[in-house]
Design a protein around this ligand. Structure first.
Ligand code: EPZ
Length: 458
């Protein structure tokens, strides 16, 4: 029986809910996870759409917003800038930017939390107030997470960027920002969002080449178009934005969270379970579903979601992470847990971040056979152009996992540890689980709904 602090009470913004910092789970593993979970709106869209509300002259309504701490952080940041945010408790936010004002550094820094979203406030604040201050960013420690593409883009729009010890101060020229011709060195999701949120109100046209085209990016484009923006794109990652003089509020339902859906699918694969993920849609998960099937998984597409389970013995796969429409880097950590149970040798080549395989050390502690190659794997038939940062994990299976005492390193790694503990025979302690609340709504309730046996401790 799970002793569970109720997560139904809506948590205070930024508090991470009832799972207080440093909280731990005692998990008794070794049995399949079976049941139904619902995924709400995507963490990596909802937070950006909230920032976009700053650009509107009228109130915006955002629906299917997940109750996660990354949303609470952005809500707090908007409120310190004078935006009023109302939450109906059912996932609908009303955001009114009419009272937007500059905020003081201390307030911004106090609310920025472990998030990377503050960098996306630059464009909207420069248009609104002529200036912006962004504290040094947080976010998962999966690489050094530079923001050079963002700052170069903002300079191209005419902004002055001043690096301070505590963050960056930006200012717009008196005549305002102007459209720019920008080519990204890499199809960065964040930098593409930076350009979109700045170009829509800049004078003239912006051409963005080598842009990210993830479904969450396309959903942000839909939000901006609803506000009055004029945005078009070509199949070769080129996006054109015609700046307009004003934008209005939007009413938008967030795209579903592909990363959460893939996480629960991998949980079913790893524990030989059977999980129905309500809200999951096939189109945005095509690449994941191919790999899931190759690994021995089986899935049924329904009108209201996708059923995930094993279709037989797990099989080894070779996967490279990539930008969309490739295999998302956010999917590799939960997949690796399942691959520890596959019969043979798998390779997961991480090509997006330079340190996203460190979490495998704890899986080895639990009995997995995983070797991380820091330079990746030189292979002739690779699809992804080689970058200076690469890592590859070689996973030999199947290896029985046993319980261990582990500390959550980052969001997806943390979810993966919980699934590994549920896959393992015996009892594990997983510490610092509040990080998981950054991206998984009502995580403990959902674990209970799929039959996980755990207690919240500490
Ligand atoms: C977004 O991060 C997501 N986060 C990440 O999800 C996701 O893994 C990532 O996109 C890739 O899909 C949010 O949307 C909040 P990037 P972002 O800019 O925008 C380098 C999760 O688990 N780069 O596409 O920070 C960077 O170092 C999180 O939900 C620069 O070099 O990712 C990385 O190697 C984890 N300079 C690569 O580009 C820059 O200025 C991709 O980063 C920006 C990025």
């Amino acid at each position: 029986m799970n002793t569970l602090l109720s997560e139904s009470a809506s948590p205070q913004p930024g508090s991470g809910g009832n799972v207080s910092p440093g909280q731990a789970l005692t998990i008794r593993g070794g049995r399949p996870l079976t049941g139904r979970v619902e995924v709400k709106g995507a963490k990596n869209l909802a937070t950006k759409a909230m920032v976009a509300a700053l650009l509107g002259g009228t109130e915006s309504v955002l629906r299917d917003v997940p109750d996660i701490s990354d949303v609470h952080v952005v809500r707090s940041l908007l409120e310190v800038h004078g935006v009023t945010v109302e939450d109906d408790g059912e996932g609908v936010l009303r955001l009114d930017p009419s009272g937007a004002v500059s905020a003081h550094f201390e307030e911004i820094d106090a609310h920025a939390g472990a998030s990377r979203i503050p960098i996306l406030f630059c464009g909207p604040l420069l248009h609104l107030l002529g200036q912006a201050f962004i504290p040094d960013l947080g976010g998962c420690r999966i690489g050094d997470r530079p923001i050079d593409f963002h700052l170069d883009a903002l300079r191209a729009f005419g902004a002055t960027v001043e690096k301070l010890p505590s963050g960056i101060r930006l200012s717009a020229p008196a005549e305002g920002l102007t459209g720019a011709d920008i080519e990204l060195p890499y199809p960065s999701v964040g930098a593409t969002e930076q350009v979109l949120l700045t170009a829509v109100r800049a004078k003239g046209t912006t051409e963005l080449r080598n842009a990210a085209i993830e479904p969450e990016i396309m959903d942000l484009i839909a939000v901006l178009q609803k506000m009055g923006a004029i945005i078009s794109y070509e199949p070769n990652r080129v996006i054109f934005i015609e700046g307009v003089d004003s934008l209005r509020g939007y009413d938008h339902r967030c795209i579903f969270d592909r990363n959460e859906a893939a996480s629960w699918a991998c949980a079913a694969l790893a524990t030989d379970g059977d999980i129905f993920v309500g809200g999951a849609k096939q189109q945005e998960m095509l690449t994941f579903l191919n790999v899931f099937r190759k690994a021995g998984g089986d899935f049924d597409i329904a009108e209201d979601g996708i059923r995930f389970r094993r279709g037989g013995p797990l099989k080894p796969v070779v996967v490279e992470t990539d930008v969309h429409p490739g295999f998302m880097t956010d999917w590799q950590q939960p997949l690796i847990v399942a691959l520890t149970q596959a019969e043979g040798t798998s390779i997961v080549h991480e090509t997006v971040y330079e340190n996203r395989l460190g979490f495998t050390r704890a899986l080895v502690q639990m009995g997995a056979d995983i070797v991380v190659h820091p330079e990746g794997i030189a292979s002739a038939d690779r699809r992804v152009p080689r970058r200076e940062l690469e890592q590859a994990a070689v996973i030999n299976g199947p290896t029985p996992l046993h319980g261990a005492d582990v500390v959550v390193p980052d969001l997806r790694g943390g979810y993966s540890y919980v699934i590994a503990a549920l896959t393992a025979e015996g009892t594990s302690t997983v510490r610092n689980v509040d990080i998981i609340r950054r991206g998984y709504e009502k995580f403990l309730d959902k674990l209970t709904d799929v039959g996980a046996d755990f207690d919240v401790v500490g």
